[in-house]
Design a protein around this ligand. Sequence first.
Ligand code: ZN
Length: 628
Amino acid sequence: MNELLKEVLKYIPDKAEILEPGFEGANIVLYTKSKEFLLNNSDIIKNIVDAVKKRIELRPDPSLLMDQEKAEKEIKKLVPEEAGLTNIIFDVPRSKVILEASKPGLAIGKSGEILKEIKKKTFWIPLVRRTPPIKSQITDKIRSVLYENNDYRKKFLNKVGERIYGGWTNEKKDIWIRVSILGAGRQVGRSCLLLQTPESRVLLDCGIDVAAQDPNDSYPMLEAPEFDINKLDAIIITHPHTDHCAFVPYLYKMGYKGPVYFTEPGRDIASLMALDYISVGQKENKKIIFGSVDIKEMVKHSITLDYDEVTDITPDIRITFYDAGHTLGSAMVHLNIGNGLHNLLYTGDMNYETSNLLSAAITRFPRLETMIMEATYGGSNENYPTRKEAEELLAKTIKATIERDGKVLMPVLGTGRAQEIMVIIDKMIRNSQLDKIQVYVQGIVWDITAIHTAYPDFFNSNVRKMVFHKDQNPFLSDIFKRVGSRQEMQEVLELGPCIILATSGMMVGGSSVEYFKELADNPRNSLIFSSYLGKGSLGRRISDGEKEFNIDGKQISMKMEVVAIKGFTGHSTRERLISFVRHLDPKPKKIILVHGDNSNCLDLASNLHKMFRIETNAPKNLEAIRLR
Ligand code: ZN
């Protein structure tokens, strides 16, 4: 038996009747056959947690559990009607029962008294989850994939634990640490870093660069000699944008069987985007590198973490996710390597500004020696209006368009920007800055919005307050309406003034282009860009002033008003990147810049060095840096 489990068992009295202790990822799981020990053990388990510094979960052996039908009746008796119980799911291998409720607080009861009562009566361990107010098929599907593969998951998570604690020891060893840049070195796109120690090999992000001119430059450089898929311990994904996570299903196709770490919304949105990648690729006859089975494998091997939850992922690496403020559930990864020998922060993409939807990126960490930071807008020539200025321009443009009886088309990125714009429009109408107007939200944007409503805890405190205390969930406002079919799209075009949100943001395919074809020749209409416009994209050509287009054989003369609003970025502006470093506590000794073009990375590296006297570096792809 594993040394750590042996140590845990030493503390446990015989009367506890623990049969076979095991792991669930980094957590230790004990199943007891004693009802008495299950209900009254608090001190014993607490003392073990203090001694071994690992999370321990005590669960009832399945033989103790009340029959499901009876338990369901009992639960319905105990949970008050006002809690809005919508679903009861029994997770048999884990002896848990999941209660989905519209008002989770009421299902939990004062200091958890209802849950305690359920456990005492049925011996099932109750967990309460919020019923998403907008139903999301993808979230349901992911939950059913996890559920159907419960037995596989149990074995898989135990194996992950065996690997993490295989050479378990509390002693410090002097080790070397090295990071290889396999993508996003002096470029935006295909983010991928390989972190190695004598014990561990971990990938940080693994994305695809969809804008690459040469298809060979689309994927991370996994041909680097130090990468071996058979020796990979873990993948960590900061957030579900294509350039950070889209290559992950392919690794499962190639035979990877280890864990991939996400936040919960990160996992859901990444899966949805991967499915969308397949369906868009099929429609546009592009080369598709993985199938839906590979996405399923990704979900089956996913481990989700909350912000601030410290978790071992290999024998010498412990990670914690911190809020990055970039998209829903986006994370910066803090890696404690070698039991505190070295602390590394990888920011992924981050925004050091409170947006209309999310909080600003965190700047306080327990310890910090090296930081790998994004430099998207790090150059001194990058100037952006403030969010407030951007909002004013948005309101002005919408108002003018509506007054002249036109429609507003907003091509948006499915994740992040679209939802922030929904919140802004809802806010403007509430504040009477705008008259009430219908906003049509195209398919995938709506689906991602539905995922947002399943995880309100990840919003900033303002939006959380609206959702939890004022019953004013901005996404549930009746101004928003989903548009799915062609027929519905046609109806929108025939109606009067309205706002239309559709992907893609750069107008490279997707319904934004379909709408554009119909709306372009009417000068009453307007087109508002809010995302980054890549070179060569239709969006960029329009915003550069081109007027005549031939799209799928249709000749189009551009007569709409065009406005590009830059201030809604999910990235930190240069000023905020610098301010982020200024506020870091503690300050790192070394900063490595990635995820910016050549000049932005170099420019920011030299500036940060001058301002803070910190060693900086802007490595190219395939370069490796020794951290220790
Ligand atoms: Zn991103």
